[in-house]
Design a protein around this ligand. Structure first.
Ligand code: SF4
Length: 248
């Protein structure tokens, strides 16, 4: 891959060889199941999900300072004994043409890499999977693959064929992956959730249901809305887990 051509001398802010990194978390226990990972946040996204909590990264990434990659490497290198990998999140990282190069470099440095994606760029996912550059992928799936429902949850008109292709690529990939479904009563009925879980449940795929949290949402009107009540969410999560488990 072209990624192998990166060298440390290219790691200056604004280098076209790097996606702009707008956020950096040195360690997280919750973003990669069973692993402790660092997270790099790439700015920019092509969706406008009303419940998005990362909206500064989505709406105005250039207003956030770009973190020099040399600084990130300086912080990561002494931590590699206890870090299990690096998660690349966003925003939507696959929008950056420099993403394969960055991941190629990290893999060459011996890091395991997880990618978070909304699945709208299957051609990027395909390239990364074919190059064996990913150890784990988490794909957010917003709604059942029905145009009106998906557009409402993503806040833009979505090409569903591209989403379906990404789902299919992951299901056939042999790479560890998780489909994440963030649910909100204002957007999803029980039937929507179960229909989506049925569409996604296949052997080897993890399904993760996440409850909507009304804290700092992209669409301010969603800050006044509620997530599912804990008992109701627990019930739905158990049904989804059973659907997923039936394929295990
Ligand atoms: S939640 Fe939606 S808008 Fe926010 S980063 Fe993910 S895909 Fe983009």
């Amino acid at each position: 891959m072209g990624g192998r051509s990166l060298d440390r001398g290219q790691f200056s802010p604004g280098s076209p060889a790097l996606p702009p990194i707008r956020g950096f978390l040195e360690s997280s226990f919750i973003d990669w199941p069973g692993r402790l990972c660092a997270i790099l946040f790439v700015g920019g996204c092509n969706f406008r999900c009303p419940f998005c909590h990362n909206h500064p990264l989505v709406l105005a990434p250039e207003a956030l300072p770009e973190i020099p990659f040399a600084h990130i490497l300086q912080r990561l290198t002494p931590r590699r004994k206890w870090l299990d990998g690096i998660c690349i999140s966003g925003g939507e990282p696959t929008l950056s043409p420099a993403l394969p190069g960055l991941i190629g470099f990290l893999k060459d440095e011996g890091w395991a890499v997880k990618l978070d994606t909304n699945g709208s760029r299957p051609e990027v996912l395909e390239t990364l999977l074919a190059g064996r550059l990913l150890d784990m992928v988490a794909m957010d799936v917003k709604a059942p693959l029905v145009q009106e429902a998906y557009d409402r949850c993503a806040g833009v008109q979505v090409d569903l064929a591209r989403i379906a292709k990404s789902v299919n690529l992951l299901q056939r990939s042999g790479v560890a992956h998780e489909f994440r479904i963030t649910v909100a009563p204002a957007l999803h009925g029980e039937e929507d959730i179960l229909a989506l879980a049925r569409q996604l449940a296949t052997a080897g795929s993890r399904l993760k249901l996440q409850n909507f949290n009304p804290k700092t949402t992209l669409d301010p009107r969603f800050e006044g809305k509620q997530g599912f009540a804990p008992e109701e969410f627990g019930r739905l999560a158990r049904i989804v887990a059973e659907l997923a488990g039936s394929w295990a």
